[in-house]
Each structure stands twice: as C-alpha cells, then as structure tokens.
Design a binder for this molecule. Structure first.
Ligand code: I85
Length: 355
C-alpha cells in the first residue's frame, strides 16, 4: 500500500521482466485488455499476478489509473510495471499482488447454509465503498464494477476484499481545462470544467446491484428462476422498478432496502453519490446492522448454472451505461423547463437499461 501513488508518476522499468520474475503458464484470468498469469519474484520466490497488455493509449490509461489508485487497501495493488518489447510489440507488464482468495460471490456460495448475515453483507459493502470513495475522491470512475472484479487476497477469514481491472476506468475531470492559463482554479465556474458526466453514477448503480445480490443471492433485474421474461417483469425493468420478493427479503432491514432504492434510481442525476452512500448508517455503522441470517448462499448455489448469464447481463448493462452517460450533457440544463429535453433524458436512461 502506498498513499503516494496518486501523485507519483509511473515510470515503467525497461529491463526485461524475466530478470526479476519467473513467468508461469498458469492463467489466473482474462481481462478486457489482457491476460493475467501467475509469476514469481526470483529473489523472494513470492507469488504475484502478472497482467500482460499490448501497449496502446487504452492500455496506458488502464495502467496509469490503476497505479494512481494503488494506495487503497481495497484495491489490488500494483507492485511493478515493465515496458518490454517482444518481437515488434511493446508490452506493458503489470505485476500485482496475487489475490488467492477467489471471487466474492464464490466465497459466499461456499459458506455453510445461513451462515451469511445482513451484518456481513454490510461489511462487504463497506469494503467495496471504501474502494469506490477512494477512486471518486481522486476523480476516477471505475465503470466496470462487477462481481468478477472483486477478489479476496487470501483464503479464509483474514482475506481482504479488493477491486481490480481498470480497463474501463476514466478520469472524470478534464485536466486540459484546468491547465488552460486563462482560468485561475479558485474562480473557475462549474460549467467551465465541462459538462457534468455521469461516469461516477455508473459505479453507484453497480454498488446497488452488488448489494442486492449480497442480500438475497439473485440480481434485481432478472427473471430469477430461469423463466422467460414476463410482460410484468419487462415493465419493471423499463421503469427501473424491482421488487424485494418474499421469503428472501422478509427479514432484511428497511435501511438496507432504502439504500438499494437510492443506489438503483433510474435517473443518474438523482442516484446517491458515494459520500451519501458512505454516510448512510447501514454502511457507516455496519457493526450495528442486525445479524439476520440470509438466503444468499443457498440461492447462489441453486442458481450456480445461471451465474455466467447474470455476469454477462451485468457486463452488457455496464457497457450500455458507459456509452449512454457519456452522451448525456447535464448540470446546466438540469433545471430547465424543456419538455423535449425531458423526453430525451427519459429515453436516454431507459436505453441504459437496454429497453
Ligand atoms: N488472482 N475479472 C475476471 C487475479 N490476483 N484478475 C480479472 N482483469 C484483471 C480476471 C477475470 C478479473 O485486471 C483479473 C484481473 C486481475 C486479476 C487478478 C489480480 C491478482 C489474481 C481480469 C487470482 C487467483 C490466484 C490464485 C488462486 C485463485 C485466484 O485470480 C483462486 F482462488 F481462484 F483459486
């Protein structure tokens, strides 16, 4: 963990990575931009994860933003970055701490029946929120916050949950504007900083979906038992309404449901911000949340064969949202009485839910 990473420029090492690390063929996962394999420090024999990216503007952005975020306890830390040439391709090689505890929901699924409680769900959410707050405070939106990017550092109780994959991360302030000499940052008007984009609100929507799944074991916007989508369900998706079906939600607190409603607001302008989420008592005082046993592990197990679909669905929704929120111009227009604009806005948020 290094709190200075957010200000220290990243200078990749240029010596061959193989002088320092032994690279194995053991694949740990496939990311958006590159493959992740196991590697070992030649001196200490310690195990690490190595992400191999072919150099491009996109790859450089991923590595830079990930580097800047690397000081957070709940973000997978970067140890070293190499820039090496193979044949004619320049590669970026990112050595990360190795997360050996596996994915968040796999861990919950493997627990004994009823052993996962509302308080533990609140603790998990608190950890993810710490990562998101860290990012949003340094003006980075992750934009790909989904279950397969949440990994535990170790097996067993002492593992720490961390966020990974900055392949879609985006800087939310336009530095060029700030560096234009005619503006003194002290008096710069909000609109000068460019139109307010909804990049950060993508992460809050993800938090809402993850929190919903944590509390019941199935996602909010899907037909949960593999049944064909019904007309009623389609309408609910369209209007951003989802339900808290019984018996799974019977004993879940009202505080938890209110928080989910705030995070899954269909209108990104009305959705909670990370500060509002963090100040919510269900998150801030998670140790006071009731230890109600949940149905989560059983339902995750029962829905195991549908999990790949659930993941694909979330990946698709995030992709739509990233494109959509990019085009929505906002803040200065927000209060205007323009019915056409109103329709346009509604249409745009609906598109983001693939409707
Ligand atoms: N360790 N999204 C799913 C993995 N340590 N994993 C993914 N993008 C990344 C893989 C595909 C995330 O940037 C990903 C990225 C980085 C990692 C990563 C980083 C550090 C790991 C794509 C493991 C691991 C290691 C040992 C054992 C186990 C997992 O994945 C397991 F628990 F599964 F046995």
């Amino acid at each position: 963990m290094n709190p200075l990473n957010s200000i220290r420029p990243l200078i990749p090492k240029t010596n061959p990575i193989t002088t320092d690390y032994e690279i194995t063929k053991q694949v740990l996962g496939l990311g958006i931009n590159g493959k992740v394999v196991e590697c070992f420090d030649k001196k200490t024999r310690e195990k690490y994860a190595l992400k191999i990216l072919v150099e491009s503007e996109k790859a450089k952005r991923e590595v830079n933003l990930h580097w800047r975020a690397s000081g957070c306890r709940h973000i997978v830390n970067i140890i070293d970055v190499y820039q090496n040439k193979y044949h004619n391709n320049t590669c970026l090689l990112v050595v990360m701490e190795c997360m050996e505890g596996g994915e968040l929901f796999q861990r919950i699924q493997d627990r004994p029946e009823g052993a996962f409680t509302e308080r533990e769900a609140a603790q998990v959410m608190n950890e993810i929120c710490v990562a998101v707050k860290y990012l949003h405070d340094i003006n980075i939106a992750h934009r790909d916050l989904k279950p397969e990017n949440l990994l535990y550092s170790k097996k067993g109780t002492y593992g720490v949950l961390k966020l990974t994959d900055f392949g879609f991360a985006k800087e939310t302030i336009n530095k060029d504007t700030l560096q234009t000499p005619c503006y003194t940052p002290y008096y710069v008007a909000p609109e000068v900083l460019g139109p307010e984009k909804y990049d950060k609100s993508c992460d809050i929507w993800s938090l809402g979906v993850i929190m919903y799944i944590l509390l019941c074991g199935f996602p909010p916007f899907y037909s949960n038992h593999g049944l064909a989508i019904s007309p009623g369900m389609k309408k609910r998706i369209k209007t951003g309404q989802f339900t808290f079906p019984l018996p799974e939600w019977q004993n879940v607190s009202g505080d938890a449901k209110d928080l989910i409603n705030g995070m899954l607001n269909i209108d990104p302008a009305k959705r909670l911000t990370i500060d509002e989420v963090m100040n919510n008592r269900w998150i801030a005082q998670y140790t006071a949340v009731p230890q109600t046993p949940l149905h989560t592990n059983r339902l995750l197990k029962e829905g195991e064969e549908m999990w790949p679909e659930v993941q694909e669905e979330m990946t698709r929704s995030l992709a739509t949202m990233r494109v959509d929120y990019d085009q929505v111009v906002m803040k200065p227009l927000e209060n205007s009485n323009n019915s056409l604009l109103d329709k346009r806005r509604k249409k745009s948020v609906l598109t983001s839910l693939k409707i």
